[in-house]
Design a protein around this ligand. Sequence first.
Ligand code: AAE
Length: 630
Amino acid sequence: MAAFMQGMGCTDYAALHAVSIREQERFWRAVWDLGGVIGEPGELALQGADTMLGARWFPEARLNFAENLLRGNDSPGANPDALVFRSEDKIARRLSRVELRQQVARMAAAFRTCGLQPGDRVAAYLPNVPETIIAMLAAASLGAVFSSASPDFGVQGVLDRFGQIEPVVLLACDGYWYNGKRIDVQPRLADILAGLPSVRCMVLVPCLGDALTVSTESTLTLDEFLAPHHRAQEPDFLRLPFDHPLYIMYSSGTTGVPKCIVHGAGGTLLQHLKEHRLHSDLHEGDRLFYYTTCGWMMWNWLATGLASGATLMLYDGSPFLHHGRVLWEYAEAERFTHFGTSAKYIDALAKIHLKPREHFGLSAMRVLMSTGSPLLPESFDFIHRDISPTVQIASISGGTDIVSCFVLGNPALPVWRGEIQCAGLGMAVEVWDEEGQAISGQKGELVCTRPFPSMPVGFWNDADGSRYRAAYFERFPGVWCHGDYCERTLHDGFVIHGRSDATLNPGGVRIGTAEIYRQVEKLDEVQESIVVGQDWQGDVRVVLFVRLREGLSLDATLEARIRQTIRDNTTPRHVPAKILQVADIPRTRSGKIVELAVRRVLHGEPVKNVEALANPEALALFRERVELRD
Ligand SMILES: CC(=O)CC(=O)O
């Protein structure tokens, strides 16, 4: 970051950020050069910059996403690993860059025999295994569009997603390991295939460690699929326009069928190169880990790490195996330089009093990244005290919608407790009040006022773009409104106070849900909480649900302490009118608690898209609670 800053003629980050917005063409061309993007940039870096929706990035460029990820130094002594993989303690593998290229070449050749054309969809119902990366790269090498769902989705969840995009090829696993249990998904596959009439080839990928024998007319095992192509050594890369679709990803909302968000190859590549090389200080030979499934955008973000010469550290399974030690054993053994996870995981580690620093050698680790929900100030303390005193804490936030971040880390700036360090370069992030005025030191809406390359190229099946516009550009016409309730701090950092649509409005005062979690989850007794507004006598009252440590029950003393902690650190308005104990809290498969779904249940309204939830049965714990009748 410091070297880049100098190259751009700036002496501090604020100046560099201002240049990246004022001189967008120059900035993004510099990112292209920094990343050594393979391809033709063309003469123009940006057309139609005056409007977010009219902008076109690198309209004359030609490139191939996979070619950029698969480059690499194979010379003796160079970083030999492209991928390292562990499936809990059951399976471990590693692939060199040469092996990865060969496997991509074979998979691409096999895809061609299915008649796969540029723009056709390849869908993967796979865990976070090397084959998912290989399939994505093979699809991208041919200009096909890749879309993945994790195998913890049931039949309906898969059909809600893949059914909309009509894949030509489907890769599916036999199962996966989670918390020491073998989960066989084969019984679901016939129904999935029956619901996807567009699929010409289904490929069964062995992930349980067993030899697979099942093969039918339209289903082949991976070995059978690849066998005719064993001579393929190098993939052919089809260079395509910058905006050529690369990924289709899904919104995880619980208000309707998932939106299919299409991301382009060039925008994804440039944005990730910027976030990896500059904001995450990722270099050739680094070892990049993110705990994610293939159904969360952090998987896509992780994958692009190959373009910076990093080794991807893949893990599939429970992060709490071996009493929460499993990821730290892996980090120590493989000398992770970058460790990415969710704020919930950090919080859970602190709650079980695990102190990785005391048991593991983590000296290689330079950056610890966290996302999914706001990282609590206490978690910053925990990380430096009990994980590493020197690691850079990079709390990052953006989402599937942009397959990247609006606000994130920065190795050239200090880290302030509880704050996200900065707005991303090239991202014209502001916080706006209700009237659309930029504010600082107060809470408002996170907006982005200028185009950036990783805006979606559109939504699938949305020919006139109306659903895309409605999703981001209606609250403030023509400006991206992300739906995060947020605050810019004195240090030009950011604090996210929750999702805007989940803010509570008791007495007309807007309260972000994270403001309450921050207090409640300090208490040792509370494992997790969820807060919603209940419509009550013409107003809204704040209702807090807590999941307590095993064996505890909510008594008057604990209730009073919860109220007191909230009152002491916030305002009397934040203090819940009701506090109730629950045995579980519903969350999406990427670990986000679902306030809107709980609110709907409380009001007797139906919840759609329950397939997006990891534990939909938990919704019943909120239904018709007698305590909420008065
Ligand atoms: C970067 C992110 O914002 C990831 C997420 O929380 O979905």
